[in-house]
Write a new protein. Structure first.
Length: 335
């Protein structure tokens, strides 16, 4: 964060041990420039939108995020949300809720908020930045996430110690921090540094959160809020730079970059493995009894009397349908 209180990325030219911060453009990269946009809230003036001939809400969402119908707008209801008198939910093509829209009042603006599940459908964040600028809008919140899939640079316990030592201070008093322990149960620990509404770092054991107790996967999220000053638009195209620039500790330890597709694959691997482990514990004996009772035809019996449509809720927001089945085959039974 800059001395004047505005958000700033790692300075141009700053080198990581690998020789570069990460790609400077996210063109063609589903995950963005080295890190992931995991939450995005945009506020747009109604007058500017109308000046550009955009009067239909689904058209606005399509032009803003370029999702080509992957995100649809639900019915506008007289249900207050975020100081707006009306609101509508955003759904993806799989029927999952991925965001909200606020309308009516609040300075004659429209607020569009996209969750992490919704952000995965956006492939060109540079175009999102251009649309916000064209419509004279502002970013009021952006979450940037970095996934350390193998636990090579992020350690939630080591970072807890550094927070206690005051290493997250930026020339002033150290920010507040709190630590949520899983008390050894393997469900994952979480460290928070900073406070909501301004700038907050959350580091947590992502793989364990998904149910895989042996997973080394750790995620760092920096949640930036434009409460008093709008966030710079290039946070959408340089997310890793802004994440590393949020705290000197992150600038020091984070190397390499992550991608949306690898994160999705890792989520399917961790979630799928955890599901199989649960099935082994909970229904393994029942399956064994069916096998003893019906021999080679036990699978046919299970197909008729046990299997049913749908997927486990634990995969919600990760993948669905044929794509999920394909990733399960590839990640759990690699050739």
């Amino acid at each position: 964060m800059a001395a004047d209180g505005t958000f700033s990325p790692v300075p141009t030219g700053e080198k990581s041990p690998e020789g570069a911060i990460g790609p400077r453009s996210n063109t063609g990269q589903k995950g963005g420039a080295g890190a992931l946009i995991d939450y995005c809230t945009v506020v747009l003036p109604e007058s500017s939108i109308e000046d550009h001939g955009v009067t239909w809400l689904p058209n606005l969402i399509g032009q803003l995020f370029g999702t080509n119908g992957a995100i649809v707008v639900g019915s506008i209801r007289n249900k207050p949300w975020q100081f707006y008198s009306q609101s509508a939910v955003l759904l993806d093509r799989e029927g999952e809720m991925v965001g909200r829209v606020g309308l009516g009042g609040n300075g004659s603006t429209i607020c569009v908020s996209l969750s992490g599940a919704g952000c995965r459908w956006v492939t060109r964040w540079d175009n999102v930045a251009k649309a916000v600028e064209r419509w004279r809008g502002k970013l009021s919140r952006v979450d940037v996430a970095y996934d350390d899939y193998d636990g090579e640079c992020l350690d939630v316990h080591a970072l807890r110690e550094r927070a206690a030592q005051g290493d997250f201070a930026s020339g002033g008093r150290p920010p507040m921090h709190r630590f949520l322990s899983d008390e050894g149960h393997g469900t994952g620990c979480t460290l928070y540094v900073g406070a909501k509404g301004h700038k907050e770092l959350c580091v947590y054991e992502k793989g364990k959160q998904l149910g895989l107790k042996t997973s080394p996967w750790v995620r760092a999220e920096v949640r930036m809020y434009g409460k008093h000053t709008a966030l710079p638009l290039d946070v959408l195209t340089r997310p890793l730079d802004y994440l590393r620039g949020a705290y000197s500790v992150l600038q020091e330890i984070i190397t390499g970059f992550c991608t949306r597709i690898r994160t999705t694959r890792k989520a399917v691997e961790a979630t799928g493995t955890a599901m199989v482990e649960w099935m082994h514990r909970q229904v393994g004996p029942a399956i064994n009894l069916l096998r003893e009772a019906f021999g080679a035809s036990w699978a046919d019996f299970a197909e008729v009397h046990i299997a049913r449509e749908g997927h486990p809720g634990r995969f919600r927001g990760v993948a669905k349908g044929d794509r999920l089945a394909q990733l399960m085959r590839e990640e759990l039974c690699p050739s």
